[in-house]
Design a protein. Sequence first.
Length: 259
Amino acid sequence: MAGLRILITNDDGVDAPGIAIMADIARALSGDVWIVAPDSNQSGAGHRFTLGRELHFDKLDERTFAVVGGSPADCVVAGMTHLLGDKPADVVLSGVNAGQNLGDIINASGTAAGAREGALQGAIGIAMSQGINYEHGREVNWSNSVRHGAAVARSIIASAQGRDHYYNVNFPFCDPDATKGIAVVPHQRFSRSPFRYYPSDNAGKFFIAIPETPLPLDRQADFEVMRRDGFVTVTPMRLQQTDMDVVERLKGTLKLEAR
């Protein structure tokens, strides 16, 4: 582990408390740690790239850079193909996000996108998020990711084979001593998209929000295993998204209309 080069990004911004926790996690694994993160909050940005508009860095210290106006994917590309020179990172850690990234929400997550782009660039990509119990407000208790983050990252790195996957990790909001272990699980496919129009108190204004969790939930998938069962969930996500079964099923069945 000591020889690893690690690049950190996030979607909450370079000054977010979770990125400082991720830096501690990374430094427990290696002495070669770099941070390239957005200068401001990019939650929900997904795998957006800033194309056709110039970006620039703010150099905060020798190995910490903020990309002004950039997305997590922008940050990983800039780090892997420029800032780290001729030795790109072996591991890209994204997070620790303030709030869980579970189920189909992964598709919109800037945290997940940071790890995904890391894997696309040839690194082991790991996204980490700290769950919140929203029934008790939005305050984040980071103790679980602080206690277990390095062990989870170390386990994933040690077992990773190839670069065809990235890994989505969620820490439960229970006490660290009550955490039951690591569960490798699929992500929850919701019955519909969880994102909805949500009216604002200001006339004529609205939000895009997640007002409720679509039901039913699979007891074996990440949402329930983390939230209800108290496990750290790890979900390996494939970069090759083609459904080969459907490819085989559709071969020879799709036709152009006759002239």
